[in-house]
Ligand binder design. Sequence first.
Ligand code: MIC
Ligand code: SF4
Length: 747
Amino acid sequence: MAVDQIKRLYESMPAKLEQARRRFGRPLTLAEKILVSHVDDLAKQEWSRGKAQLRLRVDRVALQDATGQMALLQFMQAGKKQVAVPSTVHCDHLIRAESGAAADTQRAIDENREVYDFLYSVSKKYGIGFWKPGAGIIHQVVLENYAFPGGLMIGADSHTPNAGGLGMVAIGVGGADCGEAMAGLAWEVLDPKLIGVHLTGKLAGWSAPKDVITYLCGLLTVKGGTNKIIEYFGPGAESISATGKGTICNMGAELGATTSLFHFDDRMVAYLRATDRSDIARLAEQHRASLVSDPEVLRDPRKFYDEVVEINLSELEPHIVGPHSPDRARPISKLAAEVKKEGWPASIKQALIGSCTNSSYEDMRRAAHIAMQALRAGLKAKTPFLVTPGSERIYQTIKRDGIMDTFQKIGGTVLANACGPCIGQWKRSDVGKGESNTIVSSFNRNFPGRNDGSASTLSFLTSPEIVTALAFGGTLEFDPVHGTIPGPDGKPFRFTAPEGEELPAQGFVRGEEGFEAPAADGASVQVVIAPNSERLQLLQPFARWDGEDFRQLPILVKTKGKTTTDHISPAGTWLRFRGHLDRISDNMFLGAVNAFTGEAGKGVNPLTGQVDTFTKNARDLKVKGVGWIVIGDENYGEGSSREHAAMSPRYLGCKVVIVRSFARIHETNLKKQGILPLTFAKPSDYDLFEQADRVSVRGLAQLTPGKPVEVVVHKPGGKTVGIQCNHTMTDEQIEWFKAGSALNALK
Ligand code: MIC
Ligand code: SF4
């Protein structure tokens, strides 16, 4: 965004904030200030945390190559000439880690040519900035180039909140939301509740920004942040670099939070300057009062936040989370005992650092400091060590400063500046299929099957410096903070706490950054999609609701326990089909655990009684014109923003999803695609549903915001049980349902 636009935003803030203070009758927190300055119509907007729907004007939209394909296919249907807000596309998810940066990037360019060409030509045509494969991971590139204090951004990726490290409200959403904002519509979100995290003390020694968020994940759990913004403030915040703040906000996605952000401070100024944005830093300094909470809020936070969490950074121990869920947390000092008790494989097979979460200069410096200590002592890494730099700028800078060299000396492999192993784009050959094994990384997610497609891999997440030390220990039983490992001379070797500058003393190297600006006039640019492509498919509108109640729908799947988007629509090799709805639907529910059998990915075809994959069963129902229903557990749809987890079910005939509770982005994605998302009024009603039941939903013509819906369960013997379910649809969202999708309603 051009500096003059930021200036205009800042200049408009004081008057709007004053208006809001008068209206609310109280001072404002930072998140509120940013929301207030971005509402579409301040005079008419209703406010009520957890209830009102906010209509906002975003400053920017960010897309990546996996979810971006659907976002752009939907945007194209709006028939606009240009995007209405500054937008960028980042090619990062489709590069598979196999043999190292250069070869992997080249292979990705060859394998994904058709998709890259599509993204490139759409970007060129509609005024979107395009970041080529190898340029970096979306969130790191956005932090380096586009994020700014006080801004509002949406991105088709759940870790978009990374930009909160620079004091921005940055929210992960589905592709349809992005498509609409790019087409010039206001963007809607539930007025969030606010959690204040008051930081005191100072990060020091082994404790890293990652520990703030892994600790919070343990405390608040994966659904603790749902429909809430997490605002960090207090004297401790100043001890965390801007990129460290980014790590914390990034992984706030694992709490299900709408977003996370920090108040503007001098660490942000330093980062803006180091990334060639002194002009923005200066502007923000001039408008500091608008970019932090009002003083009354800081003095008495409990009056203004719905919840306040206190963290004394000086007492925060390094944490490690996993396996299988980011909220399974404990201090590293407690891990060894738990590993023994649980019988997890202690031996570490792979150690990985980097990703969008943790690949700042500071992270790499501190990890290299650990590696240097080991090298000097003559130690060898016991496990393969993989490094994923977040961007070309980081890569070139750590290369110049000898950090890459250090990693290579310990036998590390430098992968492309891309998602790679974080999203299952990882060709691993060191373990057999189904072999139980342990990996540690500095990434943010660890759901079963995520990194290498194998649910038998136990993935643990912690700071890059701890990952690096663990690579030398080779076992989860090693506590680098308190313990020792045998040195080459047999004597115990102890690491000293990591150190490292937050920003490169000689400045960042810009490198070949791989940015392509759009055409000045895109009218003549052609966007081609081959009719026989297996990678891309133009979208056909979903059918309108026929005006009838849903009668006697069979249950395609009742899921048990965690049902993340990685369970509903796995990534890894399936990323290949992210632009082709029919092809990708073959992965539907592959990871979902069938509550009736405990098996993943398979169930009884309700019409034939045969056992098959959920996809095959759904395709059979679709051919026979029978709609179906999904029953789900807590926090259904946790994790990614991928709308394929809503589109595939919709495409194959799903009408209703009833669950104990939803994750925010997925619930919206279901609404956008015309599926009815319901929650049990009584969560124990989940237990009522059995394989052979049929389910009716009544009174659809009278759907009303805030009013429950009547659901009837028909038992095989003819008995029926009526239950109540709730929905969170607004009048507008009910129109989406009736039109068949938000996109249909728009047209
Ligand atoms: C992820 O971390 O799960 C992803 C892959 O980045 C997703 C987006 C996607 O599925 O393409 C996300 O976080 O939204
Ligand atoms: Fe990529 Fe992983 Fe970050 Fe998602 S979490 S954007 S897959 S690096």
